[in-house]
Design a binder for this molecule. Structure first.
Ligand code: PCA
Length: 329
């Protein structure tokens, strides 16, 4: 907690204690930036989590969700939590592979392409992720996967050769690398900005879930969505550890219970949103279909290259995580 916040909280407690007969805890308000559209299931889940925390802590901690990157853009949310600019927030951790390659464990092509596999992979990774976040003054509350990742284009694509020179919107190192290996031109754009990027021609392709294309109405600019089931990256809700240390044990228990509920509810929502949003893309006029065999074969080869590159970058920790996951199969 920042000193000013601490001072204000203490002052409020004193005022309440002096003013009334019974000492009462000062109510604390936490700001929770989220990067994606308010209508997206992650954001709706965050709002339900916030309501649960308000009720579970008897109003001692209330959380205000700021969706759509309105308080901090996605890339800035993690640092904002670490440094105490906000108390809590949600971030796609694979966007921080420059800090540790291990953060990219959920974006390895074809390693864990289903919801079941993704849960197992997360279970294998959780101790390592928690240890890394601990070093960064962050406490993980819950994580929810995006639906499986597929490829968006504004033309029919049947092979990697068809992708040459296409401007490709990326959201982390892995997606930029995918662009390079397929001869495309990566440009990093936040999800909140993609409609504009596609409309203005800054980008003309991306790898993402049906969910993000649906949220951003990409059928206004793009024509094809190919189901690839490449990986299921996760959003992580994290709290600043100094803030967390000041939370009473009873409230910690209440917040953890809300977080567990949010993880389960978010997973189910992600599953349900998968088909719903692909249907929505088709209703918007897009061709939605599985990638063809020839394209899938080429993508799998590229995936193998990306897997060995990740294993090299993530070292023994990465290898152990993948082994732990494989042992669960
Ligand atoms: N949507 C996010 C990350 C993964 C996804 O499905 C995005 O495109 O930014």
């Amino acid at each position: 907690m920042k000193l000013t916040q601490k001072f204000m909280a203490t002052a409020a407690t004193l005022a309440i204690t002096v003013g009334g007969a019974m000492p009462v805890f000062a109510a604390e308000k936490w700001d929770m930036p989220m990067a994606y559209a308010a209508s997206n299931f992650h954001s709706e889940n965050g709002v339900a989590f916030a309501e649960c925390v308000g009720a579970g802590t008897n109003g001692e901690i209330t959380i205000e969700v700021h969706a759509g990157g309105s308080l901090f853009a996605g890339a800035d949310i993690k640092r904002a939590i670490q440094t105490g600019q906000v108390q809590i927030g949600e971030r796609l951790l694979s966007g921080h592979q420059n800090e540790s390659a291990v953060f990219g464990f959920d974006s390895i092509p074809f390693l864990a392409p289903s919801f079941d596999d993704s849960e197992k992979l997360f279970k294998a990774a959780k101790p390592k992720i928690n240890a890394l976040l601990d070093e960064q003054n962050l406490e993980l509350l819950y994580a929810v996967p995006w639906p499986p990742q597929g490829l968006y284009f504004k033309k029919e694509v049947n092979s990697v050769a068809d992708m040459a020179g296409v401007k490709f919107r990326s959201y982390n190192n892995t997606t930029s690398r995918l662009a390079e290996l397929t001869g495309m031109l990566p440009v990093t754009v936040e999800a909140a900005e993609i409609s504009q990027a596609f409309a203005t021609g800054v980008a003309e392709s991306m790898v993402s879930s049906g969910a993000t294309g649906y949220d951003r109405k990409v059928w206004e600019s793009l024509t094809h969505f190919y189901e690839v089931d490449a990986w299921l990256p996760r959003n992580y809700v994290m709290v600043n550890q100094d803030v967390w240390a000041d939370v009473s044990d009873a409230n910690k228990t209440a917040i953890r219970a809300c977080a567990d509920e949010a993880a389960a509810r978010g997973l189910e929502a992600s599953k349900a949103y998968t088909q719903f949003t692909m249907d929505g893309l088709a209703a918007g006029g897009m061709t939605v279909q599985p990638a063809g065999d020839a394209l899938m074969g080429e993508l799998r080869e590229i995936g193998a290259t990306m897997t060995s590159e990740w294993l090299e970058a993530a070292g023994a920790e990465g290898a152990a995580l993948v082994d732990d996951f494989k042992a669960m199969q």
